[in-house]
Ligand binder design. Structure first.
Ligand code: 8YV
Length: 323
């Protein structure tokens, strides 16, 4: 008999079909939003769940779903998983690293350039019919080439951004991370390790690419923003909650920071009204990994994790060692 799995959100039909070869699949192609209680009800009798980083897997859910053995996230970030509760409950977590690295680094760069060069703001101006004449300082922004790029969080995506910056745009790259990279990787990225304070002070542009955890909650708040240059740009493609959105909006409104490009938000899909009211922000709906081939590769890899765990007893991207 095929084991039962739940696919929590809408998914590529071809990937659903692949899953159906191995599993009895209950899916959510209507993309309904489920409460925690509805999710628990749907998980009764399920061996696995295919998640998209929005579904919270915690001790309460695990206690209510004793048959669950694997949660496969279609995302590299897995802050929706309480991994220690999952290990205790004997439940495996998996994610989708590597396949999204270059696409997400491309987007980090796109958001940086749109923000520093005021592309969204100037397009809004043009579309609203305000462009009557050219002016010497019209939408003059900050340079990318030759400037200092500061990267907080230097995993695979941070390194991809560093390579683009150094090799493509002649930027000086500094980074801060929990652990320093080895010398060969630093040389390849042409990146110099600095302390967090120096990182913030030296940044012409700051890009955030660190994972979200209790330790990184509000890693950028009022005190950190106060260390930055008033001409600097901040880009967050990591997770909402890493930046204190209220403090960021206040700094932007007060001219203590020039501009911000944000793909992730505290409490998304809600966006704080103070951010929505600002002209000097570029706001995108969590799309950093959203190229068609990459989203398909992520979807396939999450499916592969479920299939490999069932057929071979080993997932490709295990995050924990369940008890
Ligand atoms: C996902 C992401 O698209 O992989 C991640 O961690 O943030 C994005 O690439 C998003 O989490 C939905 O799965």
């Amino acid at each position: 008999m095929k084991p039962k799995i739940l696919v929590a959100r809408a998914l590529f039909p071809e990937v659903l079909e692949r899953l159906q070869h191995t599993f009895e699949v209950e899916s959510n192609q209507l993309d309904e939003s489920w409460t925690a209680a509805q999710l628990i009800a749907k998980l009764q009798g399920k061996w696995g769940i295919y998640t998209m980083a929005g579904e919270r897997i915690d001790a309460a859910l695990l206690a209510a779903c004793p048959q669950l053995k694997i949660c496969a996230n279609m995302a590299v970030g897995y802050n929706n998983f309480d991994l220690s509760a999952m290990s205790t409950a004997g439940v495996l977590g998996t994610n989708t690293p590597d396949v999204l690295t270059e696409t997400t680094a491309d987007f980090g760069f796109a958001l940086l350039m749109a923000t520093a060069r005021r592309i969204s703001e100037s397009e809004r101006f043009l579309r609203s019919g305000q462009w009557k004449k050219w002016r010497y300082d019209m939408f003059a922004g900050a340079d990318i080439h030759g400037s200092t790029l500061a990267i907080l969080g230097m995993g695979r995506i941070g390194q991809g951004i560093a390579r683009r910056a150094a090799l493509g745009f002649g930027m000086k790259v500094v980074y801060h991370n929990r652990s320093r990279l080895d010398a060969a990787t630093e040389a390849q990225c042409q990146a110099r390790y600095v302390g967090k304070e120096e990182l913030l002070q030296s940044a012409d542009h700051l890009v955030l690419v660190l994972p979200y955890s209790a330790a990184s909650h509000h890693a950028i708040g009022g005190a950190e923003l106060a260390l930055m240059k008033p001409t600097a740009t901040l880009v967050n493609i990591a997770r909402g909650g890493i930046v204190d959105d209220v403090a960021l909006a206040a700094a932007l409104a007060a001219g203590k920071l020039a501009a911000a490009g944000l793909d992730v938000f505290e409490g998304e899909p809600e966006v704080h009204p103070d951010l929505l009211a600002l002209r000097n922000v570029v706001l995108t709906p969590h799309i950093a990994s959203a190229s068609v081939p990459t989203r398909r590769a992520m979807a396939d890899l999450a499916a592969d994790n479920l299939i490999a765990f069932w057929t071979q007893g080993r997932a490709l991207n295990a995050l924990n060692a369940p008890a």
